[in-house]
Design a protein around this ligand. Sequence first.
Ligand SMILES: NC(=O)c1ccc[n+]([C@@H]2O[C@H](COP(=O)([O-])OP(=O)(O)OC[C@H]3O[C@@H](n4cnc5c(N)ncnc54)[C@H](O)[C@@H]3O)[C@@H](O)[C@H]2O)c1
Length: 228
Amino acid sequence: MPGHAIDTPLLHGRTILVTGVVTTGSIAYGVASRAVEMGAEVVLTGLERDLEQALAAAVTLGIDTVIPYDATGPDAGEAVVAAIGSRVGHLDAALHAIAFAPRAALSGDMIGVDPVGLEKAFRTSTVSYAETARILQRLAPASGGSLVGLDFDAAGAWSVYNWMGVCKAGLESLNRYLARDLGRVGIPVCFLFSDLSRAVTGEILHVDGGYHAMAAPLRRTTTGEPAR
Ligand SMILES: NC(=O)c1ccc[n+]([C@@H]2O[C@H](COP(=O)([O-])OP(=O)(O)OC[C@H]3O[C@@H](n4cnc5c(N)ncnc54)[C@H](O)[C@@H]3O)[C@@H](O)[C@H]2O)c1
């Protein structure tokens, strides 16, 4: 693997924002735990109401702070940028592990669910991905950063999951639009040779700088930047 000494942990020297840790059972906790093992400095955010629990999980990883973050709050991302900026200065990557939907939106009929709850579900589970992207964009070095979200197959209708499936379909689409707007996302291909990719099997992984996700070729300016 060019540029990576064999005995250096894969994420050595990288600073990663992990959202969505509540307990040691959270998916985000598993990611944070692996990232710490692989040498990363991990910064955690959590909902105010969950902070005590989140901190209890964090200390098991040797992390003593969880930055409060309600992804639906106005300008909440600004406070996170300021807190991370003063603590660690920059970010190389961010994990979005934020989702919520009212119980009535997760099963039963699609029709007749309170639209206020659906708006909250979409704002929390889908729109917040763009907010996480903005935090990363503000703190990433000029060489760029990696943004990762957690999806559940939104290609078809399941017997349950309902409006969260719709939110995840939105998340997938938003991911493509963010790839367009944020430009090239550096993916270390050496990832495929590491243990981290053990669960990736039977999968087609596009390594084309995001070209397959664009519905039409992007117009370029004379400097090579995507045109606005
Ligand atoms: N558990 C699964 O089987 C599964 C499967 C596929 C995808 N996912 C996805 O993985 C991610 C994590 O889910 P999980 O199962 O670990 O736990 P979870 O569903 O409990 O995690 C959701 C997280 O979102 C946070 N959250 C909710 N509202 C928020 C807000 N307004 N602002 C900031 N944070 C908020 C919660 O505090 C919690 O940490 C979610 O995106 C979920 O959809 C989970």
